[in-house]
Structure formats: C-alpha cells, structure tokens
Design a binder for this molecule. Structure first.
Ligand SMILES: Nc1ncnc2c1ncn2[C@@H]1O[C@H](COP(=O)(O)OP(=O)(O)OP(=O)(O)O)[C@@H](O)[C@H]1O
Length: 339
C-alpha cells in the first residue's frame, strides 16, 4: 500500500500581495522520486522552505514524516535532508574530514563515525578521492559529497534543489542514477526541484508542474501526456533533405489526410504531424507525392518538454483571458522566457 510521507493541504504563502504559493495540495509517497518543475519564481523554493519548517505558511498545512512542518525545523532536520543548489565545505579539510564533521554534528557515535563516513563516500563514488582536500574538488565531486552530507544522518526524505546545476552531461547522468539507486535501495523519498526537464524525466516517478505559485498538474509522464494530448495521441516527424520553402502548400495537402489534426514545421526541414490515429503511411505517401525527399520518419513519444510547454500555453491562454486588463502574467512570462 502507498504511504504518504509528504502531505500538503491547501498550503499558501503570501509575501504582501504576492501569492508565492497558492492553495497547494499534494501527496508524495514513501520511496517516490518526485520532481518539482517550474520557471524562476514559480514558488518551488518557498514550498521547500515551508516543508522544512523554515518559513511559516500563510494558510494550510505541510506534513512531512508524520509531523507538521511549521515550527518544527530542528525535529525535522533529523528526518529530512536538504541539499541546496550549491553546497559549501571546509576547503582545508579532506572530503572524509568534512563528512566526519557533519557526522559528529548529527550525533553519530565516535566509534562509528569514521567507518560510516568511509562507507558513505564509497556509496557516492568518492572512495578514490576521500583523502583529497575539497578545495581541489570539481563541481560534480562537490555535489556527490553534498549528497553524502545529507545521507549520512540516514534521513527518510531528501530534498534536492537543482542538484545538477553546473555539472557536465556525463556527470549529471551518473549523479541522477546514483540518486535513483539510493532511493530504490533504501526506500528513500526524494523531492527534486529542477528546471531541467530531460533530467527530471529520466529520474522522477512523478512530477508536479508549478507556475505562478499554483500546481497546474501532477502525475507520471505517461498520464500527463495522455490527459493533455488525448485528442492527438500520435505524432510523427518527417525529416526532409532540403529546407522547406512553401510549408503552406504542404500543410494544405497533409490536412486532407483523415484523422490528421495539425502539422507544423519544426526547424527548417522537419514536418511534425499530430493525429488521432496512426496515419504515418498516408503522411509519407503524401510527402513523396509532393516531391519531398524524405531522409527520416519517426514517431515521437510525448515527453516532459511537450507536456511542460503545453501547460504553459494553456495557462498563458487562461491568464490572458482572465487578466486582460493587467496583462501582468503575460509580461512576466515573456520576460522570463526571453532570458
Ligand atoms: N522573502 C521573500 N520576500 C518577498 N518575496 C519573496 C521572498 N521569497 C520569495 N519571494 C517571491 O516569491 C515568488 C516565488 O519565489 P521562489 O523562490 O519560491 O520561486 P522558485 O520557483 O524557487 O524560483 P527559482 O527557480 O528561481 O528558484 C517569487 O516571485 C519571489 O520573488
């Protein structure tokens, strides 16, 4: 049976007139890896701070490991590990010495602390480097040590804020598989906040999409995709050898195909076609008849990228309709996305 370990009930946080988190309800089960997604200012960090008991909610309640978060930061600290996007260490100490220091602070008995720290450093892939000073560590090595820091007290939940920021792609892959492995082996619950959709997609069991303090959707990728793209569950990309010059002409011909909902031009030479049924053969035939030189055809699987984009589009549309007078949301959205 699934046991909720994080429960948020109508949680809100206002800063003056700004609703940083707006009526958020969410339940996360023990052992789950949950991704918090959203643009800058969406309310992710504020939610995390409330979960850690480090800031008071304006309304509603956050419960974590069976405890009400509000007013209990020290009790929660024993059960919840938090890793910020950038972790600091004593540079003149080795990785092992740094971790032993944290271990002692967390009350690990003196006769156990060294052994446990060595074993933890091995688990996070730092066995070769544990005697090096952390001043010589790369960003990826520091993140691994940061993970060891939060895991050494054997928490029930770990909260990671942008854990892969600044790590190279192969380091990111290794780091994420490490998190997944730890979670699966130890039944550890992971809440991971990130802007990197592809990474989140690789590692998370479920995701929540935040915009403007509101949770727009939550679920696993397949369910979100099914709900969002139910009218056009099939998408096919056709790559053409040369740049497409007259897409309107192609679009007109393609729109005659039954079950086809729409086609768009992606980049200069990729036609993306969305359909109610799989009509790939008809699409290819039409392209050949139009004299297009096809170099590739593949069926797309909807990923987090499309899901995220679609929620943004829908939310933007709604806000434009509701807030025509101020246009505030649109301005903010456009400005953020121009960065
Ligand atoms: N102490 C504060 N006082 C006033 N406003 C705040 C405070 N902390 C956060 N905010 C505002 O609350 C909103 C949500 O901020 P928050 O930091 O939770 O977003 P975020 O999703 O974590 O963003 P990022 O991805 O940039 O970390 C933002 O508009 C932010 O400016």
């Amino acid at each position: 049976m699934e046991t909720p370990i994080i429960e948020l009930h109508s949680l809100s946080k206002n800063y003056g007139s700004l609703k940083a988190v707006d009526n958020l309800s969410l339940s996360i089960n023990k052992g789950e890896i949950f991704g918090l997604l959203g643009p800058n200012g969406a309310g992710k960090s504020t939610t995390i701070l409330m979960l850690l008991g480090l800031t008071e909610a304006s309304a509603g309640e956050a419960k974590i490991c069976g405890q009400i978060a509000s007013g209990n930061p020290l009790t929660l600290k024993k059960k919840v590990g938090y890793m910020p996007d950038s972790v600091g260490f004593y540079n003149n100490l080795t990785a092992l010495e740094n971790l032993i220091y944290i271990g002692r602070l967390n009350g690990i008995p003196e006769n156990e602390v060294k052994g446990r720290c060595e074993s933890m450093l091995q688990d996070v892939g730092l066995s070769q480097d544990m005697h090096k000073k952390t001043s010589t560590f790369s960003r990826g090595m520091k993140q691994r040590l940061g993970l060891a820091d939060v895991l050494i007290k054997q928490p029930e939940v770990i909260i990671l804020d942008e854990p892969t920021l600044g790590i190279d792609p192969s380091g990111v892959k290794e780091f994420l598989s490490l998190i997944k492995q730890m979670s699966r082996q130890q039944g550890l619950t992971v809440l991971l906040s990130s802007h990197h959709l592809y990474q989140v997609q690789q590692v998370c069991d479920r995701v929540g999409i935040f915009v403007g303090g509101k949770l727009l959707a939550e679920g696993n990728i397949e369910t979100l995709a099914r709900n969002l793209f139910s009218s056009e569950p099939y998408a096919t990309n056709v790559t053409i050898k040369n740049k497409v010059n007259d897409f309107n002409f192609i679009n007109e011909r393609l729109s005659e195909i039954p079950h086809l909902k729409k086609s768009i031009l992606l980049e200069d030479n990729i036609i993306s076609v969305f359909c109610e049924e799989d009509v790939t053969p008809q699409i290819v035939r039409a392209c050949v008849q139009l004299g297009l030189d096809i170099t590739g055809v593949h069926q797309r699987v909807y990923g987090l990228d499309e899901i995220y984009q679609r929620y943004f589009e829908n939310n933007l549309k709604e806000n434009l309709e509701n807030e025509k007078s101020s246009g505030l949301f649109q301005r903010t959205f456009i400005r953020r996305n121009k960065k």
